[in-house]
Write a protein that binds this ligand. Structure first.
Ligand SMILES: Cc1cc2nc3c(=O)[nH]c(=O)nc-3n(C[C@H](O)[C@H](O)[C@H](O)COP(=O)(O)OP(=O)(O)OC[C@H]3O[C@@H](n4cnc5c(N)ncnc54)[C@H](O)[C@@H]3O)c2cc1C
Ligand code: FES
Length: 425
């Protein structure tokens, strides 16, 4: 055999080996994606056009509450504090699509541990997966009593979900809603910042974009304590390996002894403005932020100071425990009220008339400060539980309500009086 023939055979063998190696790699990747439920025919070069529309059905959203059955529960973290619930409609009809970032509203009947009476509790939970034709998924964190008040009753809805909502059980659910969602009109690079349980809408956005074959650059900064709280770790790592346009930055604020930098997480510290500045190029991005109060209060204004236009920042707070007191706007000095110009708020059922305090955040706060019992859940205009009938007068909203408001009613948590007001409470 001549040297040339031998070289040719060696060359062919090497090419064959490389080919087999690549094929096995691709096969494994497809298996991984299939395992986590993402589309498998997307090759990792992502030559697909930017921002393909998310597949949607034409099914109309339902009004009021619809019955869903819990098909599956899956614990998502080592600490077993976050559980996903897979829900299918009892009527078996198709589900309307939703925009990733939106949430479902649940009405639960929960017994008060003190007096044993059942009470309706309304809570919102973000959809945590891309739209699917036959089921929705939400992922719920068990909320304990605050560290400085261990005597308080732990979170009612979240603990009810963890302890009592089993597979096969039925739940009352409102159609997906919410104004925090992926904006697809402008195919800008996307920066998602999720802190703690604020990761849920971000996973929905990531899954939706990657599933649609979008070539938009996506950065996900996920801030959490350490691997014990790390939600959907394997899923996110699989996506990172599979998609070149998906950049995962896990930030552990307090890594555990077993946690390895570069393996379990990328950065020690918080998912804050410094981390974004060190990572991102100076160009226009769309920012989506959802996380605990401290993160929202620092990051949202810091983005503005960094020069990010308001129109490129979308954010959502997750209710009382995490709602920032002051959002983007700087605190306004309180306006002096001239004598005779005060606004009186009358709570007709309680028989109380109170002069409106212009420094109060909302009518809900005014009611609570004066021991007037009003239901509330999210305190952010999302769940609808503080909806109250207006007998007379007008209110103005500090933000657009996410919940549907009946005519002649208002959401106390996000409204202030414009003039003298009478409320049926
Ligand atoms: C749009 C939106 C999306 C959301 N998405 C998610 C999601 O995807 N996943 C998720 O897990 N959560 C999400 N949330 C938060 C969720 O809706 C609930 O707010 C959360 O589960 C806590 O509700 P709970 O009924 O368990 O707690 P609550 O009963 O409302 O209690 C909240 C806290 O108050 C404490 N407390 C009890 N009594 C008192 C008292 N007297 N004074 C002061 N504090 C007291 C409790 O101990 C607890 O720490 C979302 C919220 C919104 C608005
Ligand atoms: S408390 Fe949820 S809308 Fe007001």
């Amino acid at each position: 055999m001549s040297t040339g023939t031998l070289a040719l055979i060696i060359f062919v063998v090497i090419v064959l080996q490389v080919g087999i190696f690549v094929l096995v790699g691709l096969y494994r990747q497809k298996q991984e994606l299939r395992k986590i439920g993402l589309q498998v025919d997307v090759e990792p070069n992502f030559a697909s056009p930017a921002s393909q529309p998310v597949e949607s059905t034409t099914t109309e959203a339902w009004s009021g509450f619809r019955k869903f059955i819990v098909q599956r529960r899956v614990m998502e973290d080592k600490a077993q504090s976050i559980c996903s619930f897979y829900l299918t409609p009892v009527d078996g009809e198709p589900l309307p699509a939703f925009k990733p970032g939106q949430f479902l509203t649940f009405k639960l009947q929960i017994k008060d541990p003190v007096n044993g009476e059942s009470k309706n509790i309304v809570r919102c939970y973000s959809l945590s997966d891309s739209p699917q034709p036959d089921h929705y998924r939400v992922s719920i964190k068990r909320v304990s009593a605050p560290a400085d008040h261990p005597d308080f009753q732990p979170g009612r809805s979240s603990n009810y979900f963890h302890d009592h909502v089993k597979e096969g059980m039925q739940l009352s659910v409102k159609a997906p809603s919410g104004h925090f969602y992926l904006v697809e009109e402008e195919p800008l690079p996307i920066v998602l910042v999720g802190g703690g349980i604020g990761i849920t809408p971000m996973v929905s956005i990531v899954n939706t974009l990657l599933n649609s074959g979008s070539s938009r650059e996506i950065w996900l900064f996920y801030g959490l304590r350490n691997s014990a709280d790390h939600v959907m770790k394997e899923h996110l790592q699989t996506l990172q390996r599979a998609y070149k346009n998906f950049h995962l930055h896990i930030c552990y604020s307090r890594p555990g002894e077993q946690d390895i930098e570069g393996v379990d997480y990328q950065h020690k510290g918080h998912a804050n403005i410094k981390r974004l500045q060190l990572t991102l190029q100076m160009k226009r991005h769309q920012f989506y932020v959802c996380g605990p109060r401290a993160m929202m209060e620092s990051l949202v204004p810091a983005l503005e100071e960094w020069g990010v236009a308001n129109e490129d920042v979308y954010y959502e707070a997750f209710g009382p425990a995490t709602l920032p007191k002051h959002k983007k706007s700087k605190p306004q000095p309180s306006k002096p009220v001239e004598i005779g110009q005060e606004i009186t708020v009358t709570f007709s059922k309680s028989g109380k008339s109170i002069i409106w305090n212009p420094d109060a955040e909302s009518l809900l706060e005014l009611a609570e400060d004066n021991d007037i019992g009003v239901d509330s859940g999210c305190r952010a205009g999302s769940c609808g539980s503080c909806q109250t009938a207006l007998e007379s007068g007008d209110v103005e909203y500090s933000q657009e309500p996410d919940a549907d408001v009946e005519i002649g009613h208002c959401l106390l948590c996000i409204s202030k009086p414009k003039n003298n007001l009478t409320l049926t409470v």
